[in-house]
Design a protein around this ligand. Structure first.
Ligand code: FNR
Length: 354
């Protein structure tokens, strides 16, 4: 059994090393996909065009603050600020894993406090697939979310010294999905944490009953890097896993994979740096777009008001992009043409078209 102090320290480490390894506008696969812009788009910029619903609640934009932290005093401070910004700007927010509540019941109060800040927008809670069903129920009843996220993170677990070594997760995942559906009639989002999704696993998640898969592909926050930085704190730990740092499927690759799975709703996330990346996810078929690293980086460096300004600016810029790319509404986005650089094109040729 992991001591409480290690669990709390790990949360702190993740926040610290995510920020330490954050690089603004780093090159990723979004740069290998180019949207084709009409010279005469016959549109005008209108922020109302972004308004949509997410889990039956109105939101002012299709992007949201994705899962990061929770369960310690510092994590509560962060979630409370994120929830406040989401509420002010009318976007959805997901809290980081609340599975800690199963081991440390007192951690629930921090999630409740943060949740209260986001009364009118969709709030997602997050657990790992090993979370006991009684804890899932306790969390849903206390936090009244719009949806439950379950994260799957095999690479992170393997690289983590104290991580899981048994990845038979389909059965517990299905049990959580059934519990959330049957007892609470809420949707379940199954998500990665930055290594993306292949077609077979997308199909499996769909068969298990996932309502949404959030691809959380590579290109941004990288937990193989974060866990390496954690290991490097300990001089006696020389185990090297750095060669797994490029093992992710990117968000673009994962969204292309999802196009092969009929009837699957997907969110795009992982490495989203600015509104053009949001637009690219939508064009590839994402129903909504999650952002973590950029949100945390902005909150840490510019405070809650700085983050609110960023979200507000992204909304204006995304509305501008809808107009620029000839899309007066969401329906038109699927017909925006795009082309791929050779590396991505090779992926599509070899893996998707087989
Ligand atoms: C995360 N992420 C994450 N995901 C999850 O499902 N549960 C969690 O508890 C956490 N914890 C967490 C902590 C920190 C500090 C970060 C930065 C991220 C992963 C996150 O939701 C997202 O999938 C990845 O960060 C990829 O998106 P970005 O950061 O590239 O936008």
């Amino acid at each position: 059994m992991m001591p409480d102090s290690l669990r709390a320290q790990r949360k702190e480490d993740h926040l610290r090393f995510a920020e330490q390894s954050f690089r603004d506008h780093r090159h990723n696969d979004f740069d290998e996909l180019h949207l084709v812009r009409p010279t005469l788009p016959q549109t005008s910029v209108n922020s109302d065009n972004l308004a949509t619903t997410l889990f039956d609640k109105p939101v002012s934009a299709p992007f949201f603050i994705n899962a990061m932290t929770g369960g310690t005093a510092h994590a509560t401070e962060i979630n409370t600020a994120l929830a406040g910004v989401a509420q002010q700007e009318g976007i959805a927010v997901a809290f980081g894993s609340a599975s800690i509540v199963g081991h440390e019941p007192q951690a629930l109060a921090g999630f409740v406090a943060a949740r209260e800040q986001a009364a009118d927008v969709p709030v997602l809670i997050n657990v790992n697939p090993g979370t006991p069903l009684s804890v899932v129920s306790q969390l849903v009843e206390a936090l009244e979310p719009s949806a439950v996220q379950v994260h799957v993170n095999v690479v992170q677990e393997l690289v983590m010294r104290e991580g899981d070594r048994d990845f038979h997760w389909a059965e517990p995942l299905a049990a959580i999905i059934d519990r959330v559906h049957d007892s609470y009639q809420l949707p379940v989002v199954v998500k990665e944490v930055g290594f993306g999704w292949d077609v077979a696993s997308l199909r499996l998640a769909q068969r298990l009953g996932a309502d949404v898969v959030d691809v959380a592909g590579s290109g941004g926050t990288n937990f193989a890097v974060i866990e390496r930085l954690r290991r490097e704190q300990d001089a006696s730990d020389s185990v090297d896993y750095s060669w797994l740092e490029d093992s992710g499927l990117s968000t673009v690759q994962s969204l292309v994979n999802a196009q092969q799975v009929a009837g699957l709703t997907v969110f795009g996330s992982g490495g989203v740096r600015h509104p053009l990346d949001v637009l690219k996810c939508l064009v590839l078929g994402a129903r909504a777009v999650g952002v973590s690293g950029v949100m945390l980086h902005t909150l840490v460096n510019c405070g809650a008001e700085g983050l609110r300004e960023l979200v507000s600016t992204w909304k204006l810029q995304l509305a501008g992009l809808f107009a620029l790319y000839g899309a007066p509404d969401y329906q038109h986005l699927s017909s925006v043409p795009y082309w791929l650089e050779p590396r991505l094109e090779a992926y599509v040729r070899q893996i998707v078209q087989g």
